[in-house]
Ligand binder design. Structure first.
Ligand code: FE2
Length: 249
């Protein structure tokens, strides 16, 4: 993997429009990463069975409309389970690929798993809108879903709707602002078994209702953090030193 998307000075210059023409250009993209893996059917079946066993008799969080999430139920270190360790190592490889594309020098930073937990969403269950202020990079891997979105899309919202010009006007209520590609207020990712999604942890997201009649929606979430690499003698000030160099008071 090379630094094939590194910008140079010329890339900061927007092309100028032809005379008399209105040109609107998209600026400042959010980096949503997606990788489609090919899960081994037998391994996938074993993982699904293991997650059901970890959920046990509790099927919600605890509101019956909210999906069961392992982070609130003591199951937040899935990477330490033998059945998931290989998969999660594979997901981390892709997370490093994402960091590389964002311009990070992988020799200078270390990527840490902070939490890794399953989310099981029964029909009609949701996960409300939230973000992960504790982490830097978040990831979701799907163990179910056919790509149709029936079992509940992952919805993302932008941090700020700068194109609304008047904040809040895209909310609706028959206002004069119609949704366009410039004012669309969210994007949805339909789950598909084997799909990995990577996104900045600060981005608001939610899981829409599982509208399938009987399909369980199953995913694994990861919260990842960046620090300076352990080998870095003087960490740059914007990066936490490697945790092995921390001292608990
Ligand atoms: Fe989340």
């Amino acid at each position: 993997m090379g630094h094939d998307n590194v910008m140079d000075g010329a890339d900061h210059l927007l092309p100028l429009p032809s005379p008399g023409e209105l040109v609107i250009q998209p600026l400042f993209p959010v980096a949503l990463g997606q990788v489609q893996l090919r899960p081994d059917p037998l391994e996938l079946a074993a993982q699904l069975q293991a997650l059901l066993a970890l959920r046990g008799g509790v099927c919600s969080n605890p509101d019956s409309g909210c999906a069961w999430t392992g982070d609130l139920n003591g199951v937040w270190q899935l990477q330490r389970h033998q059945l998931f360790a290989g998969l999660i190592a594979q997901l981390l490889d892709h997370a490093r690929g994402y960091l590389l594309k964002l311009g990070f020098d992988l020799g200078q930073v270390a990527l840490h798993i902070q939490r890794c937990w399953p989310v099981l969403s029964e029909p009609d269950q949701v996960v409300g809108r939230h973000h992960h202020p504790n982490a830097h990079l978040s990831a979701v891997y799907y163990l179910s879903g056919d790509g149709s979105g029936d079992c509940g899309c992952l919805r993302f919202w932008p941090q700020r709707q700068v194109n609304e010009l008047v904040p809040g006007m895209a909310v609706g209520h028959g206002g004069p602002l119609q949704p366009t590609v410039w004012t669309g207020s969210f994007v949805d990712v339909p789950p598909r078994a084997g799909l990995l999604v990577l996104f900045p942890s600060c981005l608001d997201h939610a899981v829409l209702p599982n509208a399938s009649a009987d399909e369980l929606r199953v995913s694994i979430s990861l919260d990842l953090m960046l620090s300076a690499a352990a080998s870095v003698q003087t960490p740059p000030e914007y990066l936490a030193p490697h945790p092995s160099q921390w001292q608990e008071s």
